[in-house]
Write a protein of this length. Structure first.
Length: 398
């Protein structure tokens, strides 16, 4: 009986040992993931449920900070993630801006009607036509002006026939003449009226300036009020070159700085000028401002609407700088990804400064020698959001 009890106890002992040997405890320091689908994390080997590839073993990084991400070598290669060591360099040098030639608004003239009436005839009807000073612009019919002509002729007649010392007709003649001058008649027109002793119903109006027609505000047969603009003229002896500049570039530009204006449509023609105006208002939609350079235009070769490039020499500064693609920006500020080890990356907030074409100044947040992701930063940011489920810059302030 004892012999049978001993055999049973031995069987139970070997069975319990076999079960303990079969129960493999999972290593808490590793997990299994897919190189193509890194969101897959399993505690045992097998196949990826998405792409059916074999899962690869990976070590858990329990000490990693929440602002870090770890990628495999394959992910780094596929994402074309490139790093570079940040160091001090020149930022500023020069910038090239796109621009357009416009009229010099300080040299625009408006030819207006000095008396109410009807425009009977226009002698220039197209914008862009050149008008010489003294050229006949339009004929106007005006009851008030015709009555003033008759008054002037009547005073002249009375001066001739009733030349007595009690009444000084010379003052009356001068007052009637001044009224005609104020209402737009020239001295030669008044002299011709006095010679012929006959007032015509239409009065010709002549241009008081030379220039190209930029606008015609009225057409034949329309009535015009006193002071109403009929034709606008622009003098092209000087023109404005207005360049577009982003708000982030304004700090690099000094008013009065030298600028070289290039005209691609004129076989590389260049003109040197100075910045004479920086628009204080920034377009809230485009974040673009305008910089104006006034340049001479001999022979009126430059036409409004022509494209141009403006090369501005800026003040230089020696500071840390990065390619603009390395900096991620949103409403909370700017950040970059830095490499902390072979396959680990960490995001950090930075303060940016001057920008010059494809580089941006880093004022704070990095130090000389940091290894920064210069290509693939946005892809790395997206990978972090995909894995962690939140934007690394959420809740951060510079």
């Amino acid at each position: 009986m004892k012999h049978y009890l001993t055999i049973i106890l031995l069987l139970l002992f070997f069975t319990s040992c076999k079960n303990k040997k079969a129960a493999v405890v999972a290593d808490p320091g590793v997990y299994y993931t897919c190189s193509m689908d890194p969101q897959i994390k399993e505690n045992k080997p097998g196949k990826c449920p998405i792409c059916k590839m074999d899962l690869t073993i990976a070590k858990k990084t329990s000490g990693s900070a929440m602002d870090e991400i770890e990628l495999s070598e394959q992910q780094i290669q596929l994402g074309n993630i490139l790093m570079d060591t940040i160091c001090k360099g020149s930022v500023g040098d020069q910038m090239v801006l796109t621009a357009t030639v416009n009229f010099d608004q300080l040299k625009e003239n408006a030819v207006s009607a000095r008396v109410m009436g009807r425009i009977d005839k226009l002698y220039f009807k197209n914008t862009g036509e050149f008008v010489n000073k003294g050229a006949r612009l339009f004929d106007v019919y005006s009851e008030e002006l015709n009555n003033a002509k008759q008054e002037y002729l009547l005073v002249l007649e009375k001066q001739k026939t009733l030349d007595i010392s009690i009444i000084d007709f010379s003052q009356l003649v001068e007052a009637a003449k001044n009224k005609l001058l104020l209402w737009g008649m020239s001295a030669s027109q008044i002299e011709e009226l006095a010679q012929h002793k006959k007032a015509t119903p239409l009065t010709a109006v002549f241009s008081n300036a030379s220039g190209y027609i930029t606008g015609i505000d009225i057409k034949e047969g329309d009535y015009v009020l006193e002071g109403g603009t009929v034709v606008r003229l622009a003098d092209l002896s000087t023109v404005w070159v207005e360049a577009q500049v982003y708000a982030s570039q304004l700090a690099m530009i000094d008013k009065g700085a030298a600028a070289i204006v290039q005209f691609p449509d004129m076989q590389g023609k260049e003109v040197t000028g100075k910045i004479d105006f920086l628009n204080p208002e920034i377009n809230p939609d485009t974040r673009i401002n305008l910089v104006r350079i006034a340049i001479p235009n001999p022979g009126n070769q430059l036409k409004p609407g022509m494209p141009a490039y403006v090369v501005i020499k800026n003040r230089q500064s020696k500071s840390l700088s990065l390619p603009t693609d390395a900096v991620i920006r949103d409403g909370r500020g700017a950040s970059v990804w830095i490499q902390t080890s072979d396959h680990k990356f960490k995001y950090t907030m930075v303060e940016i400064g001057l920008e010059n074409n494809d580089r941006v100044e880093i004022k704070s947040g990095l130090k000389d020698g940091d290894i920064v992701v210069v290509s693939g930063a946005y892809l790395l940011n997206s990978e972090y959001i995909f894995k962690v489920g939140t934007n690394p810059m959420a809740g951060m302030k510079m």
